[in-house]
Design a protein around this ligand. Structure first.
Ligand code: KG4
Ligand code: ZN
Length: 350
């Protein structure tokens, strides 16, 4: 029986979680720094790192308390050590090393992006039963994995959760970043994904046609900066400065959001289909903040159904950054006999 404590501080969420038996979330505490960064329109690394330092001890104590566990119950300490903002990662990694050393527990360095895929296997506390077999099962291997977050957009061939090969990734903006930038163009606020999604519900997706950027017939890479620029020119005029979104009618703004979201969904659908044709996997796994988007979830359900394979999606709470996915993947690594030394480093891009 494993009982792993996970720490996540790679960007602007300070989080700690306790996960038992690799998949059963006992507690997941996430404190977001949105209020600290929103006046800047994006995450300020120095402010983020300082807030992690201030908040982390209390978040760890809360996670332990809510799960009703003592240090003696813990079988491993997992921490996101790549990729992310270096100053932020260092806070979590230093704390994890201190706990591993003080409590004499194995330390596990976890890849944040891989953990987003693992999130699909987590069982929230309210769904945990005494049944020995718990839904959903692990994905049948091999799988194709799609991570769509604010910092990353990537496709993977997943042999299992400890053996992943990247098939393609974004050459410019991540998909969540594109949502955030479109929200800024439409003056909706930050972070933009949920706000664009809500506005898009009132729009007609076919009222505005934006270009699809597919990077050639074979490519599994992504590009979203052209789409963002197309939205900017549509809203602000060709030079990008003649008007603002305030000059559009409410319906025109909603149509813009819907047209943008539809274009993103089309790109993701086409790329995932390509990956499924190449890999011929037995399942599709999706994770990351944008996986919370209902239009995206629905489109990927259809892709998986047409391919005749199951789709593994995290529940909403585990789509965006959290530490339960870090603790879960750490438990998986531990079960595969892996652990890190106390000289574990942080890596900004991996
Ligand atoms: O996974 P995540 O918390 O952070 C990274 O690892 O980057 O993803 C955050 C991103 C943000 O860009 C946010 O706008 C986007 O996920 N997001 C959404 C939705 N909820 C969050 N994008 C579209 N629709 C949503 N409902
Ligand atoms: Zn993330």
């Amino acid at each position: 029986m494993s009982c792993v404590l996970g720490i996540e501080t790679s960007c602007d969420e300070t989080a700690c979680a306790i996960v038992r038996d690799r998949r059963k979330v006992q507690s997941s505490v996430v404190r977001t720094q949105i209020d600290l960064h929103k006046k800047y329109g994006g995450v300020v690394p120095e402010i983020a790192a300082r807030a992690h330092i201030e908040w982390l001890n209390d978040i760890v104590a809360q996670a332990m308390h809510r799960a009703a566990v003592e240090p003696a119950d813990i079988t491993g300490i997992g921490v996101a050590h790549c990729p992310g903002l270096v100053g932020c990662l260092l806070v979590g990694v230093s704390a994890a090393k201190a706990l591993a050393f003080a409590w004499d527990k194995p330390l596990l360095g976890v890849h944040h992006v891989h953990a987003h895929l693992y999130a699909s296997c987590l069982i929230p506390p309210e769904d945990i039963t005494d049944q020995p077999s718990l839904p959903p099962d692990y994905p049948p291997w091999p799988a194709v994995g799609l991570v769509i977050s604010g910092g990353h957009t990537a496709l993977y061939e997943v042999e299992n959760f400890t053996a992943l090969r990247r098939l393609g990734s974004t050459i410019d903006d991540a998909v969540g970043e594109a949502f955030d930038k479109v929200a800024a163009i439409l003056q909706l606020g930050y972070p933009g994904g949920p706000l664009v999604e809500t506005l898009a519900l009132r729009g007609h997706a076919d009222a505005v046609k934006f270009p699809l950027s597919l990077l050639g017939r074979e490519s599994l890479d992504f590009s979203f900066s052209g789409l963002k620029t197309a939205v900017l020119y549509h809203v602000n005029g060709q030079g990008g400065t003649q008007r603002t979104s305030a000059d559009l009618s409410p319906q025109q703004r909603a149509d813009t959001a819907a047209g943008f979201e539809r274009t993103v969904v089309e790109v993701l659908t086409i790329k995932v289909r390509r990956a499924l044709e190449i890999i011929r996997p037995r399942s599709l796994i999706v994770g990351g903040g944008v996986a919370a988007n209902q239009a995206v979830r629905g489109a990927l359900q259809r892709v998986a159904r047409q391919a005749g394979i199951p789709l593994f999606l995290p529940v909403q709470a585990y789509c965006t950054d959290n530490a339960a996915m870090i603790a879960g993947l750490a438990a998986e690594l531990l079960a595969h006999g892996q652990h890190a030394d106390l000289d574990l480093g942080v890596i900004a891009t991996a």
